[in-house]
Design a protein around this ligand. Structure first.
Ligand code: ADP
Ligand code: MG
Length: 389
């Protein structure tokens, strides 16, 4: 798939109005009938049919008439909706080369209005393992087809919120610039994934930085859950930047200790096998093999400023009932885009219709992660050093 920012210029206001109508219709239709698109977009009679044909030609929507006749967004269509919103805010003016293909994302270089180079991460949750979960669970009934949109969107929002909060707390992460739908725009890190850097000048220094930040995260209330050599960027000066955290959990999550341990083990394994460095307690003290229990010793986990509480990280609410607070309400979030000329929504009124729905989606996202864990375990010890990509 090639993203071309110029395409945004070729598509008219009406094209986007209809595309947005399809997105909105998908909230409760697997396939959105043309009549409904017409009604939502409020284009004069017949107008939307012509536009639908244009959108089909550009592969922004998909048409089906097996069960019944209707349309749904393609990944590309969803991408352009997000790109357009970010363009309208001046955050993105052009899309450059693709710099990363993860299991669950595509990462592109982008430039903003002033020509600054940044990165845009398109979340593609459910791309790999969604089917397996889908067959087991049935949370969403008619919304099943919409779930990849929901999941990717939830992941982007989480990643943005986490990134911003972690940056403010002094964890080395990219700067969180903006997000829309399933896209997160962040500063570009001029570094390489640690997985690609085998010879280190000072392995002890790098190892220590990694463990220190893992412990710091825990003291803030969070476990990364994918803290491995693929998600640690290393600069020429051997300073680290941590990336990729839509799936962070609360230290109160039922599997927190196990997942923290798994992160630690991944790093240890990488250093022993690939870097040929064995962490020693004489040199590193407790940072040689930290545990979650040690990391949070003396920390008041119920403190109001803990990030798991602030950000409603998964596992937190489970223990405290409905106490979770919204750091930014959906209302605020949407009003951010109200400057858009067509008054079009930013993809519906709010991300979720109800708390229950959000909880269900969160659970589904967790299932996906657990499934990932299991798949990894089954793959055997050698190559699956933790998620990858
Ligand atoms: P995934 O969830 O798919 O693993 P990541 O966030 O790990 O996504 O990003 C995938 C790849 O994209 C990374 O391994 C890295 O090479 C690149 N990347 C991601 N974010 C940035 C960034 N801010 N700066 C530079 N490269 C990045
Ligand atoms: Mg990654």
């Amino acid at each position: 798939m090639k993203l071309d920012a110029n395409m945004l210029r070729y598509l008219s206001k009406e094209d986007f109005r209809v595309l947005t109508a399809v997105e909105m219709g998908q909230k409760n239709h697997e396939l959105v009938p043309a009549q409904l698109v017409s009604a939502i977009s409020r284009l004069r009679h017949g107008g939307s049919y012509k536009v639908l044909r244009t959108l089909l030609r550009h592969k922004l929507i998909h048409h089906e008439n097996k069960k019944y006749d209707g349309y749904r967004l393609t990944t590309l269509g969803y991408d352009y909706l997000a790109l357009r919103a970010l363009c309208a805010r001046g955050v993105i003016a052009g899309v450059g080369r693709q710099i990363g293909v993860g299991k669950e994302s595509d990462v592109y270089e982008v430039v903003d209005e002033e020509g600054n180079l940044n990165v845009c991460k398109f979340h593609r949750l459910g791309r790999t393992s969604f089917r397996a979960v889908k067959s087991k669970r049935d949370y969403l009934k008619h919304r099943q087809n919409y779930s990849w949109l929901y999941l990717s969107r939830l992941a982007a929002r989480k990643e943005f919120d986490f990134m911003r909060a972690l940056g403010e707390s002094g964890i080395p992460v990219p700067e969180a610039i903006d997000y829309n739908r399933h896209c997160v725009v962040m500063s570009i890190i001029q570094a390489r994934p640690l997985s690609q850097v085998i010879r280190l000048k000072s392995p002890a220094k790098v190892y220590k930085q990694i463990m220190l930040n893992m412990v710091k995260l825990a003291k803030l209330g969070l476990v990364h859950c994918d803290f491995n050599e693929f998600n640690i960027m290393l600069s020429d000066e051997e300073d680290i930047t941590v990336i990729d955290f839509p799936q962070m959990i609360s230290v109160k999550h039922r599997n927190a200790s196990q997942l923290f341990q798994r992160d630690v083990d991944c790093i240890v394994k990488f250093f022993i096998r690939k870097v040929k460095y064995s962490p020693g307690e004489e040199e590193l003290g407790a940072l040689a093999y930290p545990t979650l229990e040690e990391a949070v010793e003396g920390v008041d986990l119920d403190d109001e400023t803990m990030l798991d509480r602030q950000l409603r990280a998964s596992g937190f609410k489970a223990r405290l009932g409905q106490e979770g607070i919204h750091p930014r309400s959906d209302g605020e979030e949407e009003s951010g885009s109200s400057g858009e000329d067509d008054g079009g929504s930013d993809g519906g009124d709010s991300l979720f219709d109800s708390e229950e729905e959000e909880a269900a989606m969160q659970e589904l996202a967790e299932d996906l992660r657990d499934l990932g864990l299991r798949e990894e375990g089954e793959e055997g010890e050698d190559e699956g050093s933790g998620g990858g990509g």
